[in-house]
Design a protein around this ligand. Sequence first.
Ligand code: KIV
Ligand code: ZN
Length: 517
Amino acid sequence: MAKSADHVVIFDTTLRDGEQSPGCSMNLEEKLRVAEVLSHLNVDVIEAGFPAASNGDFEAVQAVAGSVKDSIICGLARASRRDIERAAEALKQAKSARIHTFISTSALHMKHKLQLEPEEVHALVVDSVTYARNFAEDVEWSPEDGSRTDHDFLCRCVESAIDAGASTINIPDTVGYAIPSEFADLISMLRNRVPNIDKAVLSVHCHNDLGLAVANSLAAISAGARQVECTINGIGERAGNAAMEEIVMALRTRKDAMVYETSVATRHITRASRLLAQVTGFSVQPNKAVVGANAFAHESGIHQDGMLKHSETYEIMTPESVGLTKSSLVLGKHSGRAALSAKLRELGIDLGANQLNDVFVRFKELADKKKEVFEEDLLALADVGVAAEDERVALVDLALRCGTEEDAQAAVTLRIDGVEQSKELTGTGPVDAVFKGISALVPGDYRLELFQVSAVTGGTDAQADVTVRLEENGRSVTGHAADTDTMVAAARAYITALNRLFTKRQRGVPPAFAAQG
Ligand code: KIV
Ligand code: ZN
């Protein structure tokens, strides 16, 4: 069906720009779960990765292209024939495929990063778009660092890219430098000066270094852009990208001032946000717009009084519109495997038989310990189940002694490649002792980058949700686990991260692949 002139295409780059940021890496299963939720959200385009960056990225784009059929699946490629061929190959199974090719156009980037003359860059623009059109009808072109590019050169490159066959022109504010009025003027300038601009959709891609990514994107829409590139929870390089949920809810809530529409099914926003936080370990700050834990909380007496009289006194959008429902008791200890599987599917999680068995065992253990099992608990359990896939190291036993009188002591038993090994170590606290014990059994060059604990639900019997990030020679991996015992969760999260490190080593994933932001 033809889209109206006021339709804004939502191009989600959570799996590419989002995943590219340090510590946000996801494994294949996790990417597929995120892709599935993006398809429930009904985003128009999913940028699934950068196929030339690594085999892992290639496989992820290929898998998303094979499984998601309702959105356009896009792969990123530099202005090189090999990159474009890799993207085309990875996208083969897509029902609708897009190749997104880019090259830097600012004087700064051309001179210092590419070490190319503007004429050489211009020739690569034409060559890359022309070459990409051999593989896909739908080609997007981006001038990296577009917001800091000389206007005459930008207009020339955009015109040539459209002549060569690009049907979307995306203007990135790569370093988050633009301010809304200026960025809107840039879009107007392109619309006024590029003669063939009506043959392409103008898009924007804003980074959040000054906290202006969403404001810049909305300003660009008002000036005529009809595609925005964004990510769930605003994850992405450095300070991140424009947050999809904020753009979509701003357009929906302020329709009176911005007469544009998107296809996003907003009731899936909360689930998407929670899933992403869970798989990346990047938790959402409580006061984050739209998806923060406090976004719909009313604490002060005056506000609560107003809310009781009329919800619109302090609520500009309803919690239901973003899929927020009160935590509800979902399953009890007598629930069976089929009920668990059905509930997980309702939450957007489709597990294979082995993973379901694993989650079911953990569910029974949890239901025995905890009186009430909530949706959040199930999501946390499912994540552990999924993470347990390629285990070389597993936790067998953990015993701890700690308190005010002596140093904490941990006795850790692990199964490493099928062989049980134990170690007892002391530390400045229980976490330190547990991590030292594991590291002594699994030595390596890795170091702890992040250790984060939060409670999955309320109450003293809540599961602790632990995220651990390890770094080794520029490779970052995140492990995530939940358990009613914080130390067990910490040990499991650490071990999950270690298993991922082994997988990365084995696959030869290059450390911190120097892709673009
Ligand atoms: O930030 C950027 O410039 C990018 C491009 C690859 C679009 O991510
Ligand atoms: Zn970017």
